[in-house]
Design a protein around this ligand. Structure first.
Ligand SMILES: NC(=O)c1ccc[n+]([C@@H]2O[C@H](COP(=O)([O-])OP(=O)(O)OC[C@H]3O[C@@H](n4cnc5c(N)ncnc54)[C@H](OP(=O)(O)O)[C@@H]3O)[C@@H](O)[C@H]2O)c1
Length: 332
């Protein structure tokens, strides 16, 4: 694809859309050309902040406008599916926030629509494209700790005032879908898909999970412990270990500045240069795939997105968290 500057459209003007669009400025070959919000006022405000030309109060108008090559979707999770599907059907590439859908079935459908319309589709699991995370996993692949046998990963924080979205079942609330997806992704990257999953969770009266603990077992003998929560200031770290040592991503492990390698040679802090907040790395991967005419971004693979949503489906089933529309989209 002979694109000098890839034109990005942004759907939603909330927290993550703001961070993502700020980071997009790190890329000379990217430009935000359009934004859609539920309110034209918000669209104007956002567009004025980032110098965006086209503003809409309906995401469908943005998709049909012909002003963008790729759409970034930063709405709450339940809205992802419909917006992504509409864009893919119109042949507009999609980078959609995590979790890309509420269920694996919906994600499989989006991959099918992407294939049918020969259009790129990717989940914005930015951790996968972080240079520190990539360097740590390159070490793991080199065998510096031997065969990985255990992983520990935790994503938990507490804020006096949690965003309402996180406690609202209608907005896909809960610790698991928002934060738990990171430990799950880390362990899936480290050990692959587990052969057995067990989970317990503490829920609000509205049925939203505040804390979740998961145990994964592998036929190889490997095991993993994963936690996520909205009630405590957790270590927020992730590690993988084997007979020769361990690799650890420190606090806020999903966008770290270094990792720690512990082997017989000693303990070493490994620094890797990162700049910006780190969202531009996923954007750059998407643009690379777009220019190569790919419908799947190698760094953000469809199969992993679907497998993790299958694990999220099963975990939600075990801890008793359901969302409106689950009946239609779970299973199958
Ligand atoms: N990658 C990351 O680091 C990261 C971090 C945080 C969140 N996320 C993901 O990003 C998504 C959004 O999270 P956020 O923290 O940005 O949420 P947020 O601050 O609440 O923003 C969400 C935006 O979505 C739009 N929206 C559309 N339909 C909505 C509805 N029914 N109710 C509320 N808002 C609606 C709103 O923008 P308009 O008013 O302009 O329509 C709203 O500002 C989630 O899926 C979350 O998992 C990712």
């Amino acid at each position: 694809m002979g694109i000098d500057q890839v034109r990005w459209g942004v759907v939603a003007t909330g927290n993550i859309s703001t961070q993502f669009t700020r980071d997009l400025a790190e890329l000379d070959d990217a430009v935000a050309t359009a934004v859609a919000s539920r309110s034209l006022d918000s669209a104007h405000k956002f567009a004025d902040t980032f110098g965006i030309e086209h503003r809409y109060d309906d995401y469908r108008q943005l998709i049909e406008s012909g002003t963008v090559d790729v759409l970034y979707i930063g709405t709450p999770h339940p809205q992802h599916y419909g917006i992504a599907r509409a864009a893919l059907q119109a042949g507009v590439a999609v980078l959609c926030e995590k979790p890309v859908t509420l269920t694996a079935r919906q994600a499989r459908d989006l991959v099918a629509v992407a294939r049918e319309h020969n259009t790129l589709f990717a989940e914005a699991m930015w951790m996968r494209t972080n240079p520190v995370v990539q360097a740590m996993f390159a070490d793991l692949a080199k065998g510096v700790i031997g065969e990985p046998m255990e992983a520990l990963a935790d994503f938990g924080f507490h804020k006096p005032q949690l965003p309402a979205r996180l406690l609202d079942p209608a907005l896909g609330g809960g610790a698991l879908m928002d934060g738990g997806i990171y430990p799950m992704t880390f362990v899936h990257m480290a050990l692959g898909r587990p052969d057995e999953v067990k989970a317990v969770g503490a829920l609000t009266d509205d049925g939203v999970d505040l804390n979740v603990a998961m145990a994964w077992r592998y036929d190889s003998g490997a095991v993993a412990a994963l936690t996520c929560g909205l009630r405590s200031q957790n270590p927020w770290t992730a590690s993988v270990s084997g007979p020769e040592g361990s690799l650890l991503l420190p606090n806020r492990f999903h966008h770290p500045e270094y990792y720690v390698r512990s082997t017989a040679a000693g303990q070493e802090r490994v620094d890797v240069a990162v700049h910006g907040l780190g969202y531009h790395y996923e954007a750059a991967e998407v643009m690379r795939a777009l220019r190569a005419g790919q419908i799947e971004c190698p760094a953000l693979p469809h199969a992993a997105t679907i497998e993790i949503l299958e694990l999220l489906d099963e975990t939600r089933r075990q801890i008793g968290v359901s969302y409106p529309g689950d009946d239609e989209y779970l299973g199958g």
